[in-house]
Design a protein around this ligand. Sequence first.
Ligand SMILES: NC(=O)c1ccc[n+]([C@@H]2O[C@H](COP(=O)([O-])OP(=O)(O)OC[C@H]3O[C@@H](n4cnc5c(N)ncnc54)[C@H](OP(=O)(O)O)[C@@H]3O)[C@@H](O)[C@H]2O)c1
Length: 325
Amino acid sequence: MIETIPLAPDLKICRIINGMWQVAGGHGYIEPAKAVSEMTLYHDSGLYTWDMADIYGPAEEFYGRFHKNVPDSVGLTKFVPNPGVMSRNFVERSIRNSILRMNVDSLDLVQFHWWDYEDSGYLDALHHLAKLKDEGKIRHIGLTNFDTARMQTMIDAGYTITSNQVQYSVIDQRTQVEMEKFCKKHNIKLLTYGTLGGGLLSEKFLDAPEPTRIDLNTYSLQKYSNMVDAWGGWELFQKLLKALHQIAITHDTTIASVATRFILDKPQVAATIIGARLGISQHIQQNLHTFSLKLTSDDNKIIQEITSQANDLYQTIGDCGSEYR
Ligand SMILES: NC(=O)c1ccc[n+]([C@@H]2O[C@H](COP(=O)([O-])OP(=O)(O)OC[C@H]3O[C@@H](n4cnc5c(N)ncnc54)[C@H](OP(=O)(O)O)[C@@H]3O)[C@@H](O)[C@H]2O)c1
């Protein structure tokens, strides 16, 4: 059974989304033709939703080539402008370029990222995105890595926000401090990344010594290894992996499935994005298994027992997205 969810009344997505940051460099050599043809494998297995960004190298173009032959796929992209003046022309041109690259008539979801809160230009950008939505170029406006305070500013200004894409995993549960409650109140869904820690949350790293820079051979592994350090270090992480492994064994599944299900079960989480190194590695069947997994309250207690020993990332880093600023 494939789990789907309406992200909006007219936008049904798969609850496991294929993430395309991994084609943007730093994750091994991606061969374009092979990558595009492998996208069909995901789609035909039921994983029909893709996450990309205007800054993810060839991701939108790969999606456009794929989508031409598979028009019932769903592609969610991001608008990640460099700091600067957010004129109507600039925002419109950026959105038009994504539309052209993705080979669609309009963008199903534009997830907007902003690097610097000191610069209130994000409200100008949002104003133009809302106008483009009124004109039918965008169907829904989402955010990525915005904190609760800025989301409040946007809601107060009258904007409708469909989703916020944030880091959310067994080790990073900062959403639960403020974001979750706020999103529930305003009917905003969460799309999560980092849920597998770039692959750290898997049997591959169970009982393994702390990885060196050479072992951390993707940008994603490097990113989340830093998060493990901030969270509590390798020793505690091993305790967590052992606990997840025990839970996985009782359900005849894998650590990755337990880690994904744990987040899919959280309030406001619409879907989890799992990075796909297209043409290099794929875990389609294992990830589909997550849909039939049901965690018990005992399983959740075992996880909570370990995570309660970790550092408070909200205190040390701040609300969701603060690691980018
Ligand atoms: N908005 C943002 O700022 C932001 C930031 C980061 C990511 N993202 C989005 O989220 C997506 C996810 O990326 P991520 O960096 O967070 O990585 P991730 O999803 O935590 O990890 C992906 C890696 O996990 C491994 N994996 C996947 N399924 C597995 C399974 N069943 N068993 C064992 N290992 C498994 C694979 O490693 P191997 O390939 O080595 O096998 C894969 O490359 C990105 O592509 C992007 O779309 C967004």
